[in-house]
Design a protein around this ligand. Structure first.
Ligand code: MEV
Length: 323
């Protein structure tokens, strides 16, 4: 059925998607283990207006690591197609749009930039075409769109990007509803995310784990079980506000990620650097092989001092308070 153009909003529509930080359980979450992650206040913003020539046209002005935007141009185009096929069902040749992407999320691997981009665009499309998408629909768009970047995303990135806040998440491998619990914190978390500047493809990191897991099933099963236990313990310690213990668990989680082959020498270097500068714990975050790492600090001042040390060495950082 042709789209009723009178429904279109004639002014600019906007949408946002939060960046995210995975505190525990990346990669293991793909196989049904729990994870703890949070949206961060830095976000991608999409501004949409009616287009002149047929199609869905994107101008990408997001702040980003060198090479990041170019590397993902094709995935981005595919993500729009996937979201349209799964949820929007629109014809952009008949009703063209122009979308400008911006915001204050410094886009690099590991910070949920792809999901944030999909969620931001989905919100803007929903507003412009008056689709009245629910938060669940928006999150679904994020999941579908993220498939163009991550292959088989677990759902944690689009969940954080849509809802924000600290979330305990477990993917239902049987296809039913995923577990998603909003978490309580005993104390707020002062965290620092540091970018290695290396752009990676989550899809490749996930595929590498899948290959090695097939090769070494017994060893990997043990590592995966340990990862699940770390998350459950971290959930309790976060609720109690025992940040020293939380930091120790982050370190243990990083070791497991090293063992399944998704860390990188630069990530390990930054993990060491932040620990030497007051972090209670630190680990890579997200897909790994580059991208971002995350460190937890006892207070804002220590976090700020470590941020300055990293910046003095030329690294981009994101300071965030969770809770
Ligand atoms: C990517 O942000 C997190 C991974 O666990 C992949 C996923 O959950 O889809 C590596």
């Amino acid at each position: 059925m042709p789209y009723d153009h009178s429904l279109l909003s004639d002014i600019m529509a906007t949408g946002h998607g939060f960046g995210k930080v995975i505190l525990f359980g990346e990669h293991f979450v793909v196989y049904g283990k729990p994870t703890i992650a949070s949206g961060i206040s830095k976000k991608t913003v999409a501004v949409l207006k009616p287009g002149i020539s047929p199609g869905f046209h994107i101008t990408d002005n997001r702040p980003a690591a060198e090479g990041y935007i170019a590397k993902y141009v094709k995935s981005q185009t595919r993500s729009v197609r996937l979201m349209n096929e799964a949820v929007w069902h629109l014809n952009f040749d008949e009703t063209p749009v122009e979308v400008e992407l911006g915001g204050d999320l410094y886009c690099a691997s590991g910070v949920g930039a792809s999901a944030a981009c999909c969620v931001a665009m989905a919100r803007a499309v929903s507003e412009h075409f008056k689709l009245n998408l629910s938060e669940e629909d928006i999150s679904l768009c994020g999941l579908e769109g993220d498939k163009a970047y991550a292959g088989t995303p677990s759902g944690i990135d689009n969940t954080c990007s849509t809802y924000g806040g600290l979330i305990y998440f477990r993917k239902n491998l049987k296809g039913g509803d995923n577990t998603m619990e909003r978490m309580k914190l005993g104390r707020p978390l002062d965290i620092l995310m540091v970018s290695t500047g290396i752009t990676t493809r989550t899809e490749e990191a996930v595929a590498g784990v899948r290959e090695r897991k097939k090769k070494f099933p017994d060893e990997y099963e043990k590592l995966f079980d340990m990862a699940g236990e770390i998350v459950e313990r971290a959930k309790e310690m976060l609720a109690e506000g025992n940040l020293t213990e939380v930091g120790g668990l982050m370190n243990a989680n990083h070791e497991l990620l090293q063992k399944i082959g998704v860390s990188h020498e630069k990530l390990d270097y930054l993990v060491g650097l932040t620990r030497r500068n007051g972090a209670l714990g630190s680990k890579m975050t997200g897909g790994g092989l580059g991208g971002y790492m995350v460190a937890l600090f006892p207070d804002e001042n220590t976090c700020e001092n470590a941020a300055k040390v990293c910046e003095a060495e030329g690294y981009k950082v994101i300071r965030a308070r969770i809770g």
